[in-house]
Design a protein around this ligand. Structure first.
Ligand code: ZN
Length: 497
């Protein structure tokens, strides 16, 4: 009986949480400027309510009863109980007043970031960021953790089981291979020409990318696509919200952002709906989530076979704009590699260096080596060293990402871990699904989606990132497949004469 009661309570909490999610989506998509303070109060009130409900002693009683006789539970039920216990223990140590204060500050800090970014004014954002960092430290402090252990706590919140030390080892080996690879590609005489992509009307861009994302399998009857400053995916399989942004003179940005967010959406839509709210219906972590967005954005949508199918339709949608662009120029633009100070505008090769930069900065922030006020200068110096490019403004540097404004420390590494897993999954899929790229050239993506559904989506949170990687690909998570994939895709392209 305790198990049924627990599951029905977890589902009720899931619906409360999804309402909070929806407020967050609305805040970034629809909110009138002067309504921001009211939204902060709404989010704070609802967060407080959810927190109180999720630490109700009754939940602890049910968990204790179930934990007394674990053998009476099926493996699936054990997974649900373990995940519920982890969440309960994490929530119960946080005072409700802290949770409400954090939610309220999160909303204010987000709007301060939007303004600061608009005005290239880090000084106005610095106090908000400083408070976010203090709140992050305070949160870890409730678990008796400080310094780099506090950073591990936040990493673990996004990717259960992961630590800064494991990530550091993975990133060191990645960096040692990526840096020379980037140099080799950039020294090529072959250069993408994005200046040819001008004057793409937004309505046609939207129509085209909706067609593409629907063909990948996104179900628009239980999801939608809107515009936001920073593309993201929120919601769950019952109601998945994707966002993108449009630039008339940079149509590939909105297309690939949308495909990326669609990958996240496909994962959410592929999680078993009947288990929503429990560990069996929850994503395994952000690294796995990113692997799902990356595999569609990069391995699939930047491939020749994908463009064999979509190029004629792209030309049909933009006949004049693409009239002077050859097929090879289009393919090279899709796979353009160049140094860019902005992470979200970076290609998939240099992107990894942006993440390594942020990981190193976060470590310094948590260890106390770096103060928030010194962040812009430190960022610029490190960017020059790691990426090979010095930002010319804070908008190009420390103000570019939304994450820290919402207190999401320890999130950035997930992007790179996701890139590694995506490449490992890609080679496993190529082995398991012979001729898959021929499917792509016929506009058919169903076999890959079904494989991901079965191997990754249906697993829910049964395994963490490391264990899922081993289970599905037969190998430990490493940078090997990512390096192999990048070399196989980019070196031939940039060796042309
Ligand atoms: Zn993503």
């Amino acid at each position: 009986m305790s198990y049924q009661k627990l599951v029905s309570e977890l589902k009720r909490l899931h619906y409360l949480n999804s309402a909070l999610d929806l407020l967050g989506w609305d805040e970034q998509v629809n909110l009138p400027k002067k309504s921001a303070a009211a939204r902060a109060s709404q989010s704070s009130a609802l967060s407080d309510l959810i927190h109180r409900e999720s630490i109700h002693p009754q939940v602890d009683d049910w968990l204790n009863a179930l934990e007394q006789d674990p053998n009476a539970l099926t493996t699936e039920q054990q997974c649900v109980v373990q995940e519920a216990r982890r969440n309960f223990d994490r929530a119960v140590k946080l005072p409700s007043a802290f949770v409400a204060r954090r939610a309220e500050h999160q909303s204010r800090a987000y709007h301060a970031w939007v303004e600061a970014r608009k005005n290239d004014d880090f000084v106005s954002f610095a106090p908000f960021l400083k408070t976010q960092l203090e709140l992050a430290r305070e949160e870890a402090g409730f678990f008796g953790l400080d310094g780099l252990q506090a950073y591990d706590y936040h990493i673990d919140n996004h990717d259960p089981g992961m630590t800064a030390s494991v990530i550091g080892t993975l990133f060191d080996s990645l960096k040692s291979e990526i840096v020379p690879l980037v140099k080799q590609i950039l020294s090529s005489a072959v250069k993408p020409n994005l200046s040819m992509f001008k004057g793409f009307p937004i309505a046609q861009q939207e129509a085209f990318l909706k067609r593409v994302t629907a063909s990948l399998g996104f179900d628009y009857d239980r999801g939608r696509l809107d515009v936001a400053v920073h593309p993201f995916c929120s919601g769950n399989g019952e109601d998945t919200r994707l966002t993108t942004r449009y630039f008339v003179d940079n149509p590939l940005d909105s297309l690939f952002s949308s495909i990326h967010e669609t990958g996240h959406g496909l994962y959410e839509q592929g999680l078993p709906l009947e288990h929503l709210g429990t560990g069996l219906g929850t994503a395994a972590g952000m690294g796995v989530h990113e692997s799902q967005s990356r595999i569609w954005e990069n391995q699939v949508a930047r491939s020749r076979s994908f463009w064999d199918y979509w190029e004629p339709f792209y030309r049909e949608a933009f006949p004049e704009q693409l009239s002077g662009v050859t097929s090879e120029q289009l393919y090279l633009a899709v796979n353009g590699v160049s140094l860019n100070p902005i992470r979200v505008d970076s290609d998939e090769v240099t992107y990894n260096l942006h993440i390594i930069l942020r990981f190193e900065l976060e470590k310094c922030l948590f260890s106390g080596e770096l103060d928030v006020v010194d962040l812009p200068a430190f960022w610029n110096e490190k960017a020059e060293k790691i990426i090979g490019l010095r930002p010319t403004s804070d908008v190009e540097g420390v103000l570019q990402d939304v994450h820290w404004s919402s207190g999401a420390f320890g999130y950035f590494p997930s992007y790179c871990l996701g890139n590694m897993l995506a490449a490992q999954l890609w080679y496993s899929a190529l082995d398991a699904l012979p001729g898959i790229e021929i499917d792509f050239s016929n506009g058919d993506f169903t076999r890959l989606l079904s494989w991901l559904r079965e191997k990754v989506h249906c697993e829910g949170k049964r395994c963490d990132l490391m264990n899922l990687t081993k289970k599905v690909t037969g190998k430990e998570l490493s940078s090997d497949s990512l390096i192999r994939y990048l070399k196989e895709r980019y070196l031939p392209l940039y060796q042309q004469t």
